[in-house]
Design a protein around this ligand. Structure first.
Ligand code: HEM
Length: 623
C-alpha cells in the first residue's frame, strides 16, 4: 500500500552522503576503471595493467567506504546532538532499516542471522516491521516519545494519545511528505499524494463516492465469503488462509468498483448475471488488478512503460501490459458512464460510477442543451489514479485484518461461540441474501473483533507526518521543539498497547474489552454497548483531515465476512505431532502476532498456518 513509501523518513540534517553523492562517487569509479581498461588495451601490457587496475579499483572502493563512514558518523553525531538538545531519549541505529535494500532483503537477512544463532533483541530492531512486533515494549524503555536516528533518517516516535491527536489535528504544521511518495503516482497524482485544492477535490469526490457504496459492499462481501467458506468447509486442512483472504478482498474491491460479482476461485469466470458484453473486459480488469497489486514493487521502481519495453523479460512485459489494461478499462467505464449521465440514464452502481456521477460539475453550460454541456470536476485520469489508490489502500489492509482475526479466533474457541451467539440472535435466517445492511450496526461483537485485531495487529502500524518548519509539541507536560524536516511517527502499535490506557493486559488479544453493559440495564445482547472506534488510545483508521476514506467500507466488509463465517462454522488449529494443545494454541497466537512487512504488515509465516473448519448445528430456539 501507499505506506510502502511512507516508511522512509527524511533526515533533518541535509546529509551529503545521500543518494546523489553516492551515485556520483560510483560513477567516477566506473569512469576511472573504463579509462584504465582502455589504456591497458592500447598498451597491451595486459597482466601488469590488470593488476594495476585491480589495485586502483580496490583503493577507490576503500576510500569511498571510508569517506562514507566518516560522513555517516558526522551526520549521526549532529542528529543525535539535535535530538538530545530537545531532552528526548534517542535510539541510534547504525543501519537504516528503511532503505529499499533492507526492505527487500532485511527480513531474509535477519531471519538467516537468527538461524545462525545471532538472535538478540537489539538485532530484532533491524526488521522492517520491528516497531509493530515490539508494540509498547520500546516505549516502556524509552518513554512515549523518543527519537530514532539512523543514517539518513531522523524520526520522532510517539505513543502518547494526546500528542498523536495534536499532530493529526494540525495538518498545516504536521503534513505529509508527498514528494517522497511521488513514486506512487503511477497513473498521476491522487488522494494520497495530492495537496491543497487538488487534494480537497479528490477528498470530496471520495467522501461522496464511498458514502453511497455500503449496500453494494455488504452484498459483494456476503457472496464472496459464501464461496470462500464453502472452499474452507470441504473438510481438509486449509493452508491458504492468508492468500485466500487476499483473493477475497480483491474480489470484493473489484466487485465494489464495478458492481460485478467475481467468484472466489482465482481466475474463474465472471458469474452469469454480469452485464452482457462486458464479461471479457471485466475479467481482464480483475486479472490485471491482481497482476498490478501482486507486482507493485517492480511497477513502482521501473514504471509501466519501462516494463512493457521489448528489452524487458517476458514476465515484466506482462506486468507492464496489466498496468496499461487497468488504465484503459477504467477509462472505458468512465467514458460510458459519462455518456449515460449526459443522456440522463445513469443507474449503475459501483465506486467508478459513483465517482463519475459525483464529479459531474453542477454548473452546466448555459447555451444549447444543458445536459450535453456537463463538465466534470475530475478528469478520466484523476479517476484512474484515485481508483488505483483505493485498490492499494483497500485490499491488503482488509485481507490482513481478516486473516489475522481468523487465526486469533482459531486459538479462542469460546470467543467463536460468543460471536455466534450475537450473530444468530440478529441474523435468524440461514440465507445471507435475507440479511440487510441494517444489521451491520447491531453486530457489535463482530465489530469488537475487528477493532481488537487492529489494536494488536494493525496492518499499517504507523502513520507518518513531517514538519516543514520548526514546530512545538507537548508530550505529557513537556513541550519540545521539533526541527524542520523531521519525520513524525505516530506509532499505532505502541499507542494501541499503551498500558496506561489499555491496562496491564494491553498486549492480550481480547475483543470482549470493547463491549460494555450499563450497570443499570438487564444483561443481554441488546443492552451491550460497543466502545467507539475513536476511543482514547485507538487510531485504527487515523483521524482528522487524512482519516481513511475507506473506513466504513472496511468495517461493513469485515463485519459481514465475520458474521457469515462464524454464524455456522468453527475454526481450529492443528497441533504438530509433538505438541500439546496449549503449546499449539500459544504457537498460533505467536504466529498471528508476528507480523512482517509486505505491501502492508501481515502474518510473517502465513503459509505455515494450518486450520481446520467444520460447520456446527445451532439451536435458534435457545436464543
Ligand atoms: C481494515 C482496513 C483499513 C485500515 C486499518 C485502514 C487504515 C488507514 C489509516 C490509518 C489511514 C490514515 C493514514 C494517514 O493519516 O496518513 C488510511 C488512509 C487511507 N485509506 Fe485506509 N484503511 C483500511 C481500509 C481502506 C479501504 C477499504 C480503502 C479503500 C477502498 C482505504 C483507502 C485509504 C486511502 C485512499 C487513504 C489515504 C487518505 C488520504 O490521504 O487522504 N483504506 N487508512
Amino acid at each position: 500500500m501507499y505506506h510502502l513509501l511512507l516508511i522512509s523518513g527524511e533526515p533533518h540534517s541535509k546529509s551529503p552522503y545521500k543518494a546523489s553523492y553516492c551515485v556520483h562517487a560510483f560513477y567516477c569509479c566506473c569512469l576511472l576503471t573504463q579509462a584504465i581498461i582502455l589504456e591497458a588495451r592500447q598498451t597491451s601490457q595486459s597482466l601488469q595493467n590488470l593488476k594495476m587496475l585491480l589495485n586502483l579499483v580496490i583503493s577507490c572502493l576503500v576510500s569511498f567506504l571510508i569517506f562514507k563512514l566518516v560522513v555517516v558518523v558526522t551526520t549521526l553525531r549532529k542528529d543525535v546532538a539535535t535530538a538530545k538538545a530537545a531532552s528526548v531519549p534517542v535510539l541510534v541505529r547504525w543501519i537504516s532499516p528503511n532503505t529499499v535494500f533492507w526492505l527487500v532483503f532485511g527480513d531474509f537477512i535477519v531471519s538467516t542471522s537468527y538461524r545462525l544463532g545471532l538472535r538478540d533483541w537489539h538485532f530484532q530492531r533491524f526488521y522492517p516491521a520491528w516497531e509493530l512486533n515490539e508494540r509498547y515494549k520500546i516505549h516502556s524503555e524509552l518513554g512515549d516519545a523518543f527519537y530514532c536516528i539512523a543514517p539518513g533518517e531522523c524520526r520522532l516516535y510517539l505513543a502518547d494519545h494526546d500528542a498523536c491527536i495534536d499532530v493529526l489535528k494540525r495538518p498545516n504544521d504536521f503534513g505529509r511528505d508527498v514528494k517522497k511518495m511521488s513514486m506512487l503516482n503511477l497513473y498521476g497524482r491522487h488522494i494520497v499524494t495530492a495537496e491543497g485544492a487538488e487534494w480537497r477535490r479528490f477528498k470530496k469526490a471520495a467522501s461522496s463516492a464511498f458514502a453511497d457504496i455500503n449496500e453494494l459492499v455488504w452484498r459483494q462481501t456476503l457472496s464472496q465469503t459464501d464461496d470462500m467458506l464453502a472452499s474452507w468447509n470441504k473438510g481438509g486442512l486449509v493452508k491458504t488462509t492468508v492468500v485466500d483472504c487476499k483473493t477475497f478482498a480483491l474480489n470484493v474491491l473489484a466487485g465494489s468498483l464495478f458492481s460485478i460479482s467475481y467468484p472466489f476461485e482465482e481466475g474463474a469466470k465472471v458469474s452469469s448475471q454480469d452485464l452482457d458484453g462486458e464479461k471479457s473486459s471485466a475479467n481482464r480488469y480483475r486479472d490485471s488488478l491482481l497482476t498490478v497489486t501482486r507486482n507493485l514493487f517492480p511497477i513502482l521502481v521501473f514504471g509501466g512503460s519501462a516494463l512493457r519495453s521489448s528489452f524487458s523479460p517476458k514476465k515484466f512485459q506482462r506486468i507492464g501490459v496489466a498496468v496499461e489494461e487497468f488504465r484503459s478499462y477504467v477509462k472505458e467505464l468512465v467514458a460510458k458512464e459519462r455518456l449515460k449521465i449526459q443522456q440522463n440514464h445513469s443507474s449503475r452502481q459501483g465506486l467508478i460510477a459513483n465517482l463519475t456521477r459525483v464529479c459531474e460539475d453542477q454548473t452546466h453550460g448555459a447555451e444549447e442543451n444543458a445536459a450535453t454541456q456537463a463538465k466534470f470536476t475530475m478528469t478520466e485520469n484523476d479517476i484512474v489514479s484515485n481508483t488505483f489508490m483505493y485498490t492499494l489502500g483497500g485490499t491488503d489492509t482488509s485481507a490482513a485484518s481478516l486473516s489475522n482475526a481468523i487465526v486469533h479466533l482459531s486459538a479462542h474457541p469460546s470467543l467463536q461461540d460468543w460471536l455466534a451467539e450475537e450473530i444468530q440472535y440478529y441474523l435468524k435466517s440461514g440465507n445471507p441474501e435475507d440479511w440487510s445492511l441494517d444489521n451491520f450496526a447491531k453486530l457489535k461483537r463482530c465489530r469488537a473483533v475487528l477493532n481488537e485485531t487492529l489494536r494488536i495487529c494493525h496492518p499499517i502500524g504507523k502513520i507518518f507526518k513531517t514538519t516543514n518548519s520548526a514546530q512545538t509539541l507537548t508530550i505529557k507536560s513537556q513541550t519540545i521543539e521539533v526541527p524542520p524536516n523531521t519525520a513524525i511517527v505516530l506509532n499505532l502499535a505502541g499507542l494501541h498497547t499503551n498500558p496506561e490506557i489499555w491496562g496491564e493486559d494491553a498486549h492480550i488479544w481480547d475483543p470482549t474489552r470493547w463491549i460494555h453493559v450499563e450497570s443499570n440495564t438487564e444483561p443481554g445482547i441488546e443492552s451491550e454497548i460497543l466502545l467507539p472506534d475513536t476511543t482514547r488510545g485507538f487510531l485504527g483508521w487515523g483521524l482528522g483531515q487524512r482519516i481513511c476514506p475507506g473506513k466504513r467500507y472496511s468495517q461493513v466488509e469485515l463485519v459481514a465476512a465475520i458474521a457469515l463465517i462464524f454464524r455456522e462454522s468453527r475454526v481450529s488449529f492443528v497441533p504438530d505431532p509433538d505438541e500439546t494443545e496449549s503449546e499449539a494454541r500459544l504457537r498460533m497466537i505467536t504466529m498471528a502476532q508476528d507480523m512482517a512487512f509486505r505491501m502492508t504488515h501481515e502474518i510473517r509465516n502465513g503459509d505455515k498456518i494450518q486450520l481446520r473448519w467444520k460447520t456446527v448445528e445451532h439451536d435458534l430456539a435457545t436464543l
